[in-house]
Ligand binder design. Structure first.
Ligand code: HEC
Ligand code: HEC
Length: 365
């Protein structure tokens, strides 16, 4: 049996992997769809009724099951007509309702539920400069010179990139989206060229115009304090535990001293993270990082994508050990990104040291 990071991720996000057409909430997914989505995506879900809304019936939209659509519906694509539908960041639906809706969309599109593939969360390596040239020649006409969208979706959208794995982008390019203007590029571009354009798009996750095309490495344990010379932040915690994204961003902009812990699977840190954060996945023992924590009351803020479960358990453990200046980012990472706060893209070797998954030895390549 192969355990995969993807399974860990899906477990983390609740049961978005379960394709479930039976409503557990008051309204059926079909009713929610009609009320909130049909306006742009059409009663038939084929898209293009308004605002170039994409099709919701293509096979490659569900290449990872309903999970990526679930994230798109929850957090939206800020700056495009696709808003966030999750109640926590101002939308009208609960996470359960969106999970049901995403599952219903998959079933309605005739998608058979499949087990997540372990390659789902594997970074795709490529030549970023080559990808940039290919993008300008083959993609910019529809997706915009700066990925702002047009006839095609906004590929430079920071929130899209923050919640969309490379494998999903590659599938769309390689296989296309049937019945839409997005054709398959399998015959036009070689596999390594497709990889390069994906790597280029990923490199844009920190912003389309950033000059530096390199990826962050995780800070070493001697340098985990962000703004080491700054004053302590003065957080006004909700329920003595949660810091709101707006307050965290203000403290960071103000140069306040703190430690940021990212408790997601390492691939998610690589896709996009809060600058200066240290990835300490929820499944690791955390022993090394705890040993490296300063004992001087430095604030520690943990965040995850779930939006809080993994970060909550990290803070509970830290408080049990006497670290009381600890907080959880309320909106979670995806909420942070959807609210427009800055992010950085990175690279991590999941086979190394702290980031190694406990099941790594059991896997056969
Ligand atoms: C006001 C128009 C509008 C409404 C209403 C709307 N969408 Fe969208 N949706 C869009 C547009 C436009 C995009 C593409 C945005 C972009 O990335 O450029 C999009 C993108 C998406 C995507 C991502 C598709 C992909 O190709 O990755 C999904 C999934 C989605 N919408 C589902 C929904 C659902 C479900 C609802 C209702 C809860 C909804 N949308 C409501 C306009 C809308
Ligand atoms: C003729 C216009 C056109 C061209 C050229 C084009 N695309 Fe697209 N692309 C689209 C449209 C439209 C969609 C949304 C299709 C749908 O699902 O309804 C799309 C979807 C995508 C998606 C899925 C994104 C998402 O929001 O889920 C990716 C990734 C993508 N295109 C990448 C590319 C790349 C890379 C190129 C160049 C190699 C390219 N496209 C060229 C029109 C185009």
């Amino acid at each position: 049996m192969r355990l995969s990071f993807a399974l860990g991720l899906l477990a983390l996000l609740g049961t978005a992997s379960t394709v479930n057409a039976e409503p557990e909430t008051g309204r059926t997914p079909a009713e929610n769809y009609k009320e909130y989505c049909a306006l742009c995506h059409g009663d038939d879900r084929k898209g293009y009724l308004n605002d170039h809304a994409p099709s919701l019936v293509t096979e490659t939209l569900f290449v990872n099951g309903p999970i990526t659509p679930f994230m798109a519906i929850s957090y939206g694509r800020p700056g495009t007509p696709m808003g966030p539908y999750l109640d926590e960041i101002g939308g009208p639906m609960t996470s359960d309702e969106i999970r049901e809706l995403a599952g219903w969309l998959a079933v309605s599109a005739g998608i058979e539920p499949t087990a997540p593939n372990r390659d789902t969360l594997k970074p795709i390596e490529g030549d970023i400069e080559q990808g940039k040239r290919i993008y300008a020649a083959h993609c910019a006409d529809c997706h915009g010179a700066k990925g702002e969208g047009g006839e095609g979706t906004a590929l430079g959208n920071a929130t899209m990139l923050a919640v969309t794995p490379d494998s999903f982008l590659k599938a769309a390019i390689e296989r296309g989206r049937e019945g839409t203007p997005m054709v398959s590029f399998a015959d036009t571009l070689a596999d390594d060229e497709i990889n390069s354009v994906v790597a280029f798009l990923r490199s844009r996750a920190s912003g389309w115009d950033v000059e530096d095309m390199s990826f962050d490495e995780p800070p070493d344990l001697d340098n985990i304090v962000v703004n080491p010379d700054g004053d302590a932040p003065e957080f006004d915690l909700v329920d003595s535990r949660y810091v709101m994204a707006e307050d965290l961003n203000a403290a960071l902009e103000d140069g306040r001293r703190m430690i940021l812990i990212d408790t997601r699977v390492p691939y998610f840190w690589a896709m996009a993270h809060i600058e200066g954060s240290f990835p300490i996945p929820y499944y690791s023992s955390g022993r090394e990082i705890i040993a490296a924590l300063p004992q001087d009351g430095t604030w520690i803020v943990a965040y995850c994508e779930c939006p809080r479960a993994a970060a909550d358990s990290a803070v509970t453990r830290l408080r049990e050990m006497g670290y009381n200046n600890t907080a959880v980012l309320y909106e979670g990472y995806a909420g942070w990104s959807a609210l427009g706060f800055p992010v950085k893209v990175g690279r991590i070797d999941p086979k190394k040291g702290l980031f190694r998954h406990p099941s790594a030895e059991k896997r056969t390549e």
